[in-house]
Design a protein around this ligand. Structure first.
Ligand code: FAD
Length: 277
């Protein structure tokens, strides 16, 4: 396979090369892109390596929230004291991705741009209502993910990073596909003020907000609040690993357990003493 490899020092260069050549692709850690190239599912004419662009690096407290640069590896997020303090769920989510090698190379930006329907990061970004910053605009999580391996990004658009609110009351749980450790089904639950957001990954054709559960949990954050909420198996997909019914059932179980975990880690909540799944 013949392709040109370029390593820009400035963001403007990367964007200009993307515009010049519609077959060019951005390269983050290569954890999805290189595998797709080996399988001939992707045949870019140019790889634009993002590793030197300072705009895409770093984790910091910013504007009352948490900023994570697109090129931050999962490992760097998992071990960041800033992430652990401001949004511990994200550190926990990143720590559960793949294996050590994947976590060292895979990035936040690559994960959300790739929008794999079983990936963990889309659940974290969606549940925490993160805002994706690109080289030209801000995109709310609800508008960013548009379906199976698709996002609102233009072909020549670069993700710079994601801004998250500081959230303590949140938890991510996944049932791992044992070979890859992707989520067979995974659920992120977050309490943002009076609103609870529930994002389910690995269920169907993309990240899914379970709105019935969100309404019930916003009224009462307790596993029992979900008793009458059934997830419609029609939106789930079945494959050799699990049927649609199984995935829908798993999502409900994981949501209850995530809520239970949030309550347990919040000793001030009276329901922490009574809740059960
Ligand atoms: C064996 C294995 C196990 C894995 N397990 C998990 C898991 O448990 N959970 C999980 O969530 N993920 C998992 N992953 C995915 C992995 O963690 C990476 O997040 C994912 O593969 C993306 O890789 P990357 O960041 O290297 O991006 P790349 O592969 O370099 O890029 C992916 C895509 O995003 C585009 N892109 C990259 N950066 C940007 C940017 N800044 N702006 C715009 N577009 C961009 C690229 O052009 C490409 O199309 C696994 C992967 C493997 C191979």
């Amino acid at each position: 396979m013949d392709f040109d490899y370029r390593r820009p020092a400035r963001l403007a260069e990367a964007v200009a090369w993307l515009r010049e050549d519609p077959e060019a692709k951005l390269l983050a850690g290569g954890q999805s892109l290189l595998a797709a190239m080996k399988l001939r599912l992707s045949e870019p004419s140019m790889l634009i390596d993002l590793q030197d662009l300072p705009e895409l690096l770093g984790v910091r407290e910013q504007g009352g929230g948490l900023w994570i640069g697109a090129m931050c590896s999962h490992a760097s997020v998992a071990t960041s004291p800033i992430v652990q303090r401001l949004a511990p769920m994200l550190a926990q989510l990143a720590q559960g991705i793949g294996d050590q090698q994947i976590r060292q190379r895979g990035t936040l930006g690559g994960s959300i741009a790739n929008a794999d329907p079983a990936a963990c990061w889309p659940a974290g970004v969606m549940a925490l209502n993160g805002t994706v910053f690109t080289d030209r605009r801000k995109i709310a999580a609800d508008e960013f993910f548009t379906g199976l391996f698709t996002t609102a990004l233009e072909a020549d658009e670069v993700v710079l990073g994601v801004q998250f609110p500081c959230v303590q009351q949140a938890h991510y749980l996944k049932f791992e596909q044992p070979a890859s450790r992707f989520a067979l089904t995974g659920v992120a639950v977050a309490q943002l003020g009076s609103q609870v957001r529930v994002a389910v990954t690995g269920l169907g054709s993309g990240i899914y907000r379970w709105e019935a559960a969100e309404r019930a949990l916003s009224l009462r954050l307790a596993p029992e609040a979900l008793r009458d909420c059934a997830l419609d198996a029609d939106i789930a997909m079945g494959d050799i690993h699990a049927s649609a019914d199984y995935r829908a059932h798993l999502a409900a179980v994981l949501t209850r357990r995530a809520v239970q975990h949030i309550l347990k880690s919040s000793p001030s909540s009276p329901s922490s003493r009574t809740s059960s799944v």
